[in-house]
Ligand binder design. Structure first.
Ligand SMILES: [Zn+2]
Ligand SMILES: [Zn+2]
Length: 256
């Protein structure tokens, strides 16, 4: 197993145990490391770190590759939980492709972190996300569905993520994202970002429509079955093979 030793884990838990701070962001969120374990996966050997927080019962996790404690220039991907996509393989969004691409890339690197943030449906919760899908199915005004799915408390996400990186003593990162605004947000919460790594998905039979369909004015994309693909990871989806102008069109659309 790469990464850190059992002694290092014990020390990290011991030190973090007495951590106190005034909290990050408007919600004054503070997180604690609760448990760390090895996590061999099909994408490589990782460690998984479970966090608790002082605001809600959500158990956020960090998936670590290699020696990231106290490290500089650590590649980091923020992923928002999507039960339907991540677990079931839903094709209504590309969350699973996003997550797999991040784990695969980081699994091949010396070091890196995926922060898996438990904010289903962009923070509105699983039930509301399914309600939004249902509105789309019923052919109702998708504006309503989009509003329901589009609402989220961004500020809190970045505060949690920033604190998690701080808890892991990460000195500076290279953020894997297609959304430059994420860099500003994390920076505001005290994260030092040295570089942005574009997050480009390998093209497959499920995301081929990104290559063949023009983005709608709203920044949304319609797939082969006529379903709208909403950007649930808060950033434009870029698939290998997309042209410069297709990518530009995504950025010119209103931000997700
Ligand atoms: Zn704290
Ligand atoms: Zn999703």
């Amino acid at each position: 197993m790469s990464g850190f030793t059992h002694e290092q884990i014990e020390l990290l838990l011991e030190e973090d145990c007495c951590h106190e701070c005034e909290g990050y962001g408007e919600d004054k969120i503070c997180v604690h490391i609760e448990a760390v374990a090895e996590l061999p996966t099909r994408f490589g050997d990782f460690h998984i770190v479970a966090f608790s927080n002082n605001r809600d019962g959500k158990e956020h996790v960090a998936i670590l590759k290699g020696e990231v404690l106290g490290a500089e220039d650590v590649p980091v991907r923020l992923h928002s939980e999507c039960l339907t996509g991540d677990v079931v393989g839903s094709l209504r969004c590309d969350c699973r492709d996003q997550l797999e691409a991040a784990l695969k890339k980081i699994g091949e690197m010396d070091k890196g972190i995926v922060l898996y943030l438990r904010q289903e449906g962009r923070g509105i919760g699983l039930t509301n996300k399914i309600r939004a899908y249902s509105l789309q199915d019923a052919g109702l005004d998708t504006v309503e569905a989009n509003l329901a799915l589009g609402f989220r408390d961004d500020e809190r996400d970045y505060a949690v993520a920033a604190h998690m990186l701080h808890s892991l003593k990460v000195q500076s990162i290279r953020l894997m994202t297609n959304n430059p605004k994420k860099i500003d947000q994390l920076t505001q919460h005290g994260v030092k970002i040295n570089e942005r790594i574009p997050h480009i998905l390998p093209s497959n039979e499920h995301n081929r429509f990104y290559l063949e369909t023009k983005a709608a004015k709203s920044g949304h994309i319609i797939d082969f079955r006529g379903k709208q693909h909403l950007p649930e990871q808060s950033e434009p989806t870029i698939v290998e093979g997309m042209t410069e102008s297709q990518i530009k069109e995504l950025y010119d659309s209103p931000s997700p």
